[in-house]
Design a protein around this ligand. Structure first.
Ligand code: PAF
Length: 282
């Protein structure tokens, strides 16, 4: 595995691979890799000649009171894990390399951001879309892999790829969970021991909602109440949102039908966690 820290070298390497007719599978990450990321890498490995990942904690997608400074980082371990997955190239730029001057242009996401994390984290998706626009131009991927845990991010990136005509296939990959159901996340290490015990309730509440829908419930408000009550009764977390929308359009629903997402975000003492389920309702 080759570690590359400059944009110039990375672009040159990727162009060389493209000229040789190789397909490039790209997994952009912010590091502190876990099984969820490794699953993306494995899928990229199966479907492409070359696998490239990036590790970059992108400052412009964090709000002023968010966890940019304390976001977990462990480059040595990440390197070992990526090597274990036969990654060919690891792009690891500094903030100065990615943002050398005050930017003159940023990407503003117009749709699908006034709900869920977009509402709670103003500017977050502009930061994600801006860094991905740069990373796509640097890594020149054939396919790009993203986890469905960030389902709103996947919907926004689909818009980015299609509106800006990137010749890239987006590959959304299912959420990877701990045995007790908690969605894998780099941020889980910030849960206190008691909170870690409570955190599986997030997924449990979504499973209960799914069960209620399977039994015939079609009222989004009833589903939202069930999820909220379960989380409030069984955890000390503070609910940021529990919402139900069409997916990937993220439009409000009066009645549950078609492809829908039930998504939630909660704050524990030191960390905010998200989770969701996407369901097809006939
Ligand atoms: O999902 C993430 O880790 C980040 O939002 C991404 C896509 C790497 C952009 O910084």
């Amino acid at each position: 595995m080759k570690v590359i820290t400059t944009i110039k070298e990375m672009q040159a390497e990727m162009l060389k691979q493209k000229d040789m007719g190789k397909s490039i599978g790209f997994v952009p990450t912010m590091g502190f890799l876990h099984e969820g990321h490794l699953t993306l890498m494995r899928k990229a490995r199966q479907e492409n000649d070359i696998v490239t990942i990036s590790i970059f904690v992108n400052p412009i997608q964090f709000g002023p009171n968010e966890d940019y400074e304390t976001y977990p980082r462990d480059f040595e371990k990440d390197q070992e894990l990526a090597m274990g997955e036969n990654v060919d190239f690891l792009f690891y730029p500094s903030v100065e390399e990615m943002y050398p001057n005050p930017s003159t242009i940023k990407v503003i996401v117009q749709e699908r951001t006034n709900v869920l994390c977009g509402k709670s984290r103003p500017g977050h998706f502009d930061g994600v879309a801006t860094v991905l626009t740069k990373l796509f131009h640097i890594a020149l991927p054939t396919r790009a892999y993203f986890g469905k845990k960030d389902a709103q991010q996947v919907a926004v990136i689909q818009g980015l790829i299609s509106d800006f005509n990137f010749p890239i296939e987006l590959v959304p990959v299912d959420i990877v969970r701990e045995e007790d159901g908690l969605a894998k996340s780099s941020r889980n290490v910030k849960l206190l021991p008691d909170e870690r015990k409570q955190a599986p309730t997030l997924y449990k509440s979504l499973e209960m909602a799914q069960d209620m829908i399977e039994k015939g419930e079609r009222d989004p408000l009833k589903i939202i109440s069930l999820v909220k009550e379960t989380i409030e009764n069984e955890t000390n977390s503070v609910i940021d949102y529990v919402e139900v929308y069409s997916y990937p359009g993220l439009d409000p629903l009066e009645k549950l039908e078609g492809s829908i997402i039930i998504a939630l975000a909660v704050k524990f003492s030191m960390v905010r966690l998200i989770d969701n389920v996407i369901l097809e309702i006939k």
